[in-house]
Design a protein around this ligand. Structure first.
Ligand SMILES: C[S@@+](CC[C@H](N)C(=O)[O-])C[C@H]1O[C@@H](n2cnc3c(N)ncnc32)[C@H](O)[C@@H]1O
Length: 173
């Protein structure tokens, strides 16, 4: 299962301080989402997460999979790992180019204004779940992504990391 988080604010550069992740456009939110997508829950399978960082002249995405995460990984150890291996995990590309890499995938936009996750027919192995970080996707993002539909896990707005954990538990991944 794949997740794509789109951040309007996180800065796509490795120059953050480990004791001030929030000061780098709330990149702490991104690290929490990555952990939420990749840390094992039960048995788990090999998930993949993409975090598209739009803030700046050279946007691009961090990508990681379950095997990149150590068993006791936390927000700070992950921030350190990514900072010191930025070129391994970061790819400078447009959002359109990233989406074009998945021509046959089912792209679902996670949003509280949508159909319930339990009512949607989701082939989770072929699905990509897209969500905002600290703010919602813009209309421009949605135009580029062209999701199959909106899927909600509840009526109220939740933290992106909560949403990811919930989807994984619900689909048992
Ligand atoms: C912290 S929320 C965004 C905050 C808020 N909606 C705003 O812009 O002020 C992060 C993202 O999680 C997803 N999300 C939040 N609540 C959800 C829910 N109840 N069901 C499905 N997705 C949700 C949406 O993609 C949202 O953009």
């Amino acid at each position: 299962m794949k997740f794509l988080i789109i951040s309007q604010r996180a800065i796509p550069l490795p120059g953050y301080q480990l004791n001030d992740l929030t000061g780098h456009g709330r990149i702490d939110v991104i690290f929490r989402c990555i952990l939420s997508a990749l840390r094992p829950i039960g048995t788990g399978i090999d998930n993949k997460v993409y975090a598209y960082l739009k803030n700046g002249e050279h946007p691009g995405y961090l990508s990681m999979q379950s095997s990149d995460i150590d068993p006791n990984e936390d927000e700070i150890s992950l921030a350190y790992k990514i900072k010191n291996n930025w070129d391994t995990y970061f790819t400078k590309k447009s959002l359109q180019e990233l989406i074009a890499e998945w021509p046959n995938a089912d792209i679902w936009h996670l949003h509280e204004d949508g159909i319930s996750l339990s009512d949607a027919t989701i082939e989770h192995l072929n699905s990509i779940f897209v969500l905002g970080a600290q703010s919602d996707l813009t209309e421009e993002d949605l135009q580029k992504i062209q999701p199959m539909g909106n899927v909600k896990i509840g009526e109220t707005s939740m933290l992106a990391s909560q949403v990811i954990a919930y989807v994984r538990l619900k689909l048992s991944l």
